[in-house]
Design a binder for this molecule. Sequence first.
Ligand SMILES: *[C@@H]1O[C@H](CO)[C@@H](O)[C@H](O)[C@H]1NC(C)=O
Ligand SMILES: *[C@@H]1O[C@H](CO)[C@@H](O)[C@H](O)[C@H]1NC(C)=O
Ligand SMILES: *[C@@H]1O[C@H](CO)[C@@H](O)[C@H](O)[C@H]1NC(C)=O
Ligand SMILES: *[C@@H]1O[C@H](CO)[C@@H](O)[C@H](O)[C@H]1NC(C)=O
Ligand SMILES: *[C@@H]1O[C@H](CO)[C@@H](O)[C@H](O)[C@H]1NC(C)=O
Ligand SMILES: *[C@@H]1O[C@H](CO)[C@@H](O)[C@H](O)[C@H]1NC(C)=O
Length: 421
Amino acid sequence: MIARLSLLLGLLATLSLEVLSKPIVVRDSPITLPVAKRVNATGIANVLKVDQARAKSLRTKGQRKNKGDLTPEKLASGASTGIPSTSYATEYVVNVTVGEPPVAYSLLVDTGSSNTWFGAKKLATQPPPSSVDTNQSLAIEYGSGVMLGEEWIDDLTMGSLTIKNQSLGVSLIAVGFDTVDGILGLGPMVLTYDTLFPNTTSYIPTVTDNAYYQGLIPEHKVGISFVPTTSMDGVNNGEITFGGIDESKMTGKLTTVPITSTYPSSLYVGINQTITYGSQNLPILDNVAGITDTGTTLLLIATDAFEAYQAATGAEVDPDIGLLRLTNEQFKNLESLFFHIGEDTFEFTANAQIWPRALNAAIGGTDDFVYLIVGDIGTPTGYGMDFIDGMSFLERFYSVYDTGNNEFAIATTQHTYAQIG
Ligand SMILES: *[C@@H]1O[C@H](CO)[C@@H](O)[C@H](O)[C@H]1NC(C)=O
Ligand SMILES: *[C@@H]1O[C@H](CO)[C@@H](O)[C@H](O)[C@H]1NC(C)=O
Ligand SMILES: *[C@@H]1O[C@H](CO)[C@@H](O)[C@H](O)[C@H]1NC(C)=O
Ligand SMILES: *[C@@H]1O[C@H](CO)[C@@H](O)[C@H](O)[C@H]1NC(C)=O
Ligand SMILES: *[C@@H]1O[C@H](CO)[C@@H](O)[C@H](O)[C@H]1NC(C)=O
Ligand SMILES: *[C@@H]1O[C@H](CO)[C@@H](O)[C@H](O)[C@H]1NC(C)=O
């Protein structure tokens, strides 16, 4: 870990020197792009399993075995993921184009990983003609999917933002990405360590890093507005802002906290938080480290916290779906969760804690029950990643990953107290 950190610091030093030695023409306004939410879990009923597999993979990053273990055969069979090939149940996607002539891709917005790559749906036989080969292969494991490909360099365009010479993966094999063309990795650069071969110790600047270093955006941060929906597919209901925040989406002030120093959450957009339940402030989680992650659907908490939540709510585990469920009668008594982040408290209402009832069928549920989006992360507290505030949480707030200041920020929105179907 120490060696890894010093490598990263060395790299950051080089990058900033390079930046400082060039005159920078900084654009003074951030760039905002629409993102669309899609829900596609029909007949699978595995939202929880997918999230738990991802959580395990995120937690054990850095303890991975040699890349040589990721053979095409193993990847294709899904053996290394432990679960069969499956799609993300819900995902936020953004449109990008790569190269010249430009080819359009729809990429999953992921703050829990940092490599950007494409070619999952139409496996790339050829990279775009404008691309430059780095002679590096790329292998990434996501828990709910894996990809193996090559690393090329080309221009990446998102709306009015064109990032020059972005290092990009072109997939040769991709398992678990049936509905997207690839990933837009918005997490910390440290997560790209050990994804290339033979340069296993290289880091790859993310799209946010390059946009900032190239002076295309004024600040080294990304603002995220996700919005709850009861629609199954393709609603352009969210946005990402590169280089700033969109205050029009916020109804309260921003609360800013440092990225946690607790490993392994420190590798991600990790924070410390306390969770309590209801007007009696029942303790659920007490000042532990975990992460915020746009690539996780649910809100996952450590097993003991999950048990405390289950006891407090009286919910039972649905034997088929694995999610907690309440009867409609019990649901009337469900109280808010309170997230204590920094000096502030954020209310997560009863309505926010449920899977949108209009989408019960999409996860294999019925109208007799109300399903809860709070799931068990699979390990007790003490693992340094004791929660994942996934998209079900993020949809109720505005969130900011501030790379430049190594901070996370959060604010209430008009959706914080909204009643969704
Ligand atoms: C992406 O492009 C498709 C096809 O042009 C369009 O229908 C969709 O609305 C776009 N989505 C977003 C999030 O911009
Ligand atoms: C990749 O390999 C080719 C062929 O050996 C070589 O011409 C090219 O310079 C290499 N590119 C890089 C970035 O090393
Ligand atoms: C992109 O790469 C080309 C070729 O190496 C180089 O000439 C150009 O200056 C680079 N542009 C930026 C913005 O890094
Ligand atoms: C939903 O997922 C299945 C595979 O799990 C895929 O075949 C199908 O195309 C997806 N539907 C949409 C609309 O993306
Ligand atoms: C691989 O490592 C070499 C030597 O350190 C370096 O010149 C090259 O830029 C690296 N390539 C990539 C894609 O990181
Ligand atoms: C964050 O939580 C971890 C436990 O997960 C704890 O060890 C650490 O002291 C906390 N950090 C702060 C700044 O409170």
